[in-house]
Each structure stands twice: as structure tokens, then as C-alpha cells.
Write a protein of this length. Structure first.
Length: 263
């Protein structure tokens, strides 16, 4: 059963907008991570940025798999558009967007996938989830205190800042913005891929980080089998968080692709 995702709309800055764009973030992220990109895309179209299930301000559920996330996105398209939209997804959100296109292709005008492939990976983000779960929220009142508490397990300050977005800090106390118990329990599902049947014949763009190991030449046959009209663009020197590291390059590639699909 699909969930009603929290969504933020960025209105188009033109009187003749193209089809809307729905954006899906990655694991332990939130829709607001797409702020810069969303505003850029809004030059030509309405943009709907969602929090995925068990993240941000969206509902929590014991079910955390790609068919369920795809159903959530299909429901969001039904609610926030006239029934059809372009879809952009990064990492976990990219896998959910791919599954959306495979399971609910009629609602997907085009698909843009940022630095992820339709394959199972051997890595895990369990350490990051466990680090967040280890925080004693009862002893934390300020973000700086949470940062200090997380420092030993997550030495990289950029990664700590990203992870700390999963805490909601208010005068009433500190609570979690993501369902860490379920995310930890379903980690294998999220880094995996269950080889769905069928294919999506619509226009598809994969944007890969040139310095990222997530979309490699050996992944291209899997991409071609499921998305026969896909092309792959690589952004030099970009890592996995390609939209944060190289937002202008990602925006230019994606916006040109969207314009092309509507031409």
C-alpha cells in the first residue's frame, strides 16, 4: 500500500511550463537536499520534491523496498500533477525511480537517474545508520552537541553534517527524522536489486560521477536491458553525491535532456 509522501512544490518561473518534474532523494537524505537543483529546474517547469518513506517528514513504515517506494512515487505523481511527470532520482531514489518506470511506466514521461545502476551492490551504509542510532538523544539539546557526539564514529565533517539532517532539534527536545531501525534492518534490500521483469522504453538519462564507482562499464548491459533508450553521461571528477558536488553540470545535462524529450 502506498504512502502519502511529504512534498514541496517549487513553482515554474515561466508562463508556459513543461511537464512537472518529481525528484526522489537517496538514503538518509531529504527532499530539501535538492534545493539548488529544484530551483534551477523551476526555470522551465513545476518541481515536486518529495521525502521518501521513512525519511524527513514523510510517514514511517515497516516496509522498505523498491516496489513500495515506486508505488509511493506513482501516488505522488497522481496527487501533484495531471497524471504524468518527468522523474529524477539519486542513489536510493534513483533505484526507486527506475522501479517506478518499470512498474508504472505510463506516468513517467522521462527518467533521469543520478549515479546509481540497476544492480546489487556489495557495500553497505549500516555504519552510518548505526552511528546515528548510537546517539543518546536525551543528552543532546543542540546540533553542535550532536556533531561532537558523532565525531568519533564519523570523522568526516561533511558526512556528519549530512547525517545530522536526520535529527529534528527543537525546544521540546531532539527526535529522529528518519526511521533508523527499519533503514538498518532493510539495508540489504536497499543496496540490492531484485531484477524486476519488463523494461521502460521511454527516454532515460543516467548521469554518473566520473570519480564514482556506482555506474561502471560492467553495469551498462543491465542498464541497456531494462532501459533500451538510455544514454549515459559522466561528469568528470564528481563522486557519488554528484548533485551536491557538481550542481551546475547536473542541471545543464538534465535540463537539456528534459527539453529534448519535450521537443
Amino acid at each position: 500500500m502506498s504512502l502519502t509522501l511529504h512534498a514541496t512544490k517549487v513553482d515554474a518561473q515561466t508562463n508556459a511550463p513543461g511537464l512537472p518534474l518529481v525528484m526522489a532523494h537517496g538514503l538518509l537524505g531529504q527532499g530539501r537536499n535538492f534545493g539548488t537543483l529544484a530551483r534551477g529546474f523551476a526555470a522551465q517547469r513545476d518541481v515536486i520534491v518529495v521525502d521518501m518513506r521513512n525519511h524527513g517528514d514523510s510517514p514511517w513504515s515497516d516496509v522498505m523496498d523498491y516496489p513500495a517506494m515506486a508505488a509511493d512515487l506513482a501516488a505522488a505523481i497522481k496527487v501533484h500533477t495531471q497524471g504524468r511527470a518527468h522523474v529524477f532520482g539519486h542513489s536510493m531514489g534513483g533505484k526507486a525511480a527506475m522501479r517506478l518506470a518499470l512498474d508504472h511506466g505510463a506516468v513517467v514521461a522521462s527518467l533521469t537517474v543520478a549515479d546509481i545502476a540497476p544492480v546489487a551492490y556489495t557495500h553497505s551504509h549500516a555504519d552510518e545508520v548505526d552511528a546515528l542510532r548510537s546517539l543518546d538523544l536525551a543528552t543532546i539539546q543542540k546540533r553542535a552537541e550532536a556533531d561532537t557526539a558523532l565525531k568519533e564514529k564519523v570523522p568526516d565533517p561533511t558526512m556528519r553534517a549530512f547525517l545530522l539532517q536526520n535529527l529534528r532539534i527543537s525546544p521540546e527536545g531532539v527526535t529522529r527524522r528518519s526511521n533508523l531501525d527499519i533503514l538498518g534492518a532493510e539495508m540489504d534490500t536497499m543496496v540490492g536489486w531484485d531484477d524486476p521483469q519488463g523494461r521502460y522504453d521511454g527516454p532515460t538519462l543516467f548521469i554518473a560521477g566520473g570519480a564514482s564507482p556506482y555506474v561502471l562499464p560492467e553495469h551498462e548491459p543491465a542498464i541497456a536491458s531494462l532501459f533500451p533508450n538510455a544514454r549515459i553521461e559522466r561528469v568528470p571528477e564528481a563522486g557519488h553525491w554528484i548533485h551536491a558536488e557538481k550542481p551546475q553540470e547536473v542541471l545543464e545535462l538534465s535540463a537539456a535532456f528534459l527539453t529534448e524529450t519535450e521537443g
